[in-house]
Design a protein around this ligand. Sequence first.
Ligand code: NAP
Length: 284
Amino acid sequence: MAQRIDGKLISAQIREELKEECKAFVAANGYAPGLAVVIVGEDPASQVYVRNKKKGCEEIGYYSEVHELPASTTQEELNALVDRLNADERIHGILVQLPLPKHLDETEVLLRIRPEKDVDAFHPYNVGKIMIGDYDFLPCTPAGVMALLERSGVEISGKRCVVIGRSNIVGKPMAMLLLHANGTVTVCHSRTKELASVCREADILVVAIGRADFVGADMVKPGAVVIDVGMNRRADGKLTGDVDYNAVEPIASAITPVPGGVGPMTITMLLKNTLTAARKAAEK
Ligand code: NAP
């Protein structure tokens, strides 16, 4: 039976550590790390994420602001808010919740956030730093996967790692982080031929596709570590991953469930990045 990698538990442990680190930061500097979250429009899923981010900040002891803008917000208005937050000394991290309404240019907004406040690590400057391996922030979901592997005692160095998915948010940075940890990394995508046989070579298989139960036992080497980033809604409203958990669990050595695996780590890593940003600002 596979070890169940418990993202809820590991996330709670990291948040406890962050609470202590936040206390020490406040004692040393006289103010708390600050995060500003900007949401435009009324997308219900985004509203839930934003609420959870604010709640996470409050629990740890950060200062936080949520800026809720109407769907009719213009590019100029959004840019002006980002400029204001860039200049605000109480704010160390800025997160603009994506997706934005269609009439707004996401790239323009992401480029406008000062890289040292870009706690999502989506600014090309930070993306480039991750490529080089000299980074302050890591994108939250791949960073969460790395923390799960580390805290579950999974050795990466020298291992065959396969990532399915090549998005800028998950797949590509995930591959880069596994490479920095000395894994031998293969990235697969929708045009990959003989996907199952490539996946069967993996000691560590990270799946970020967005298709419910896509990875079955035929794609997994016995004893592999399987990390499921997928978050898909079934017709009955239940959340499910990209991996068929019941089929894969008996042959894997360790596996993340959905829900309760990678999901809880993402906001935790955002909170960690916010503290890093505040520390960097305090050093100046
Ligand atoms: P995305 O931008 O849609 O990218 C999906 C990737 O999967 C693409 O690279 C695509 O290949 C590849 N793919 C699609 N179908 C495939 C197939 N049949 N065979 C092989 N590769 C295939 O998605 P994303 O933003 O990376 O998210 C992936 C999943 O992770 C989603 O379920 C999302 O909800 C979840 N997610 C979870 C968290 C979390 O906090 N847990 C955070 C972010 C995302 P091409 O490039 O060739 O199209």
